[in-house]
Write a protein that binds this ligand. Structure first.
Ligand code: FE
Length: 130
């Protein structure tokens, strides 16, 4: 397991500019530009910040939103959520509970079995092929 940086300086060293902007400054990548929105490969999506296993490809679905979308994390306690009122919308932000990196948002219009849509930035994830 890669170590989790302690200071923002260390995060800047570890992450690319885009990863830093999204994970640490709660940015959002443009739809359809990320590397995973269209991927159907089998494997595990881990946090780009700390390496924690967050989403299995088994829970990935095609939301046509332009961001990788999952109906559930690997375990509930891997994800922290928080109300987000930015851009005059009430949304629920989701973060990696281990390193507190911003991942994206969760919505209630997902498929069965959870009805949830975890809408995640590709830049917040790394993929480990099975
Ligand atoms: Fe993390």
């Amino acid at each position: 397991m890669p170590s989790t940086p302690k200071s923002e300086q260390d995060w800047k060293k570890k992450l690319t500019k885009e990863q830093y902007h999204i994970l640490r400054e709660k940015g959002t990548e443009q739809a359809f530009t990320g590397k995973y929105h269209d991927s159907k490969e089998k494997g595990m999506y881990v946090c780009a910040g700390c390496g924690e296993k967050l989403f299995s490809s088994d829970s990935k679905f095609d939301s046509r939103s332009g961001w990788p979308s999952f109906y559930a994390p690997t375990a509930k306690d891997k994800i922290e959520s928080k109300s987000d009122f930015s851009f005059l919308m009430k949304r629920t932000e989701v973060m990696c509970s281990k390193c507190k990196g911003h991942l994206g948002h969760v919505f209630n219009d997902g498929p069965k079995p959870t009805g949830k849509r975890f809408c995640i930035n590709s830049a917040s994830l790394n993929f480990k092929k099975k």
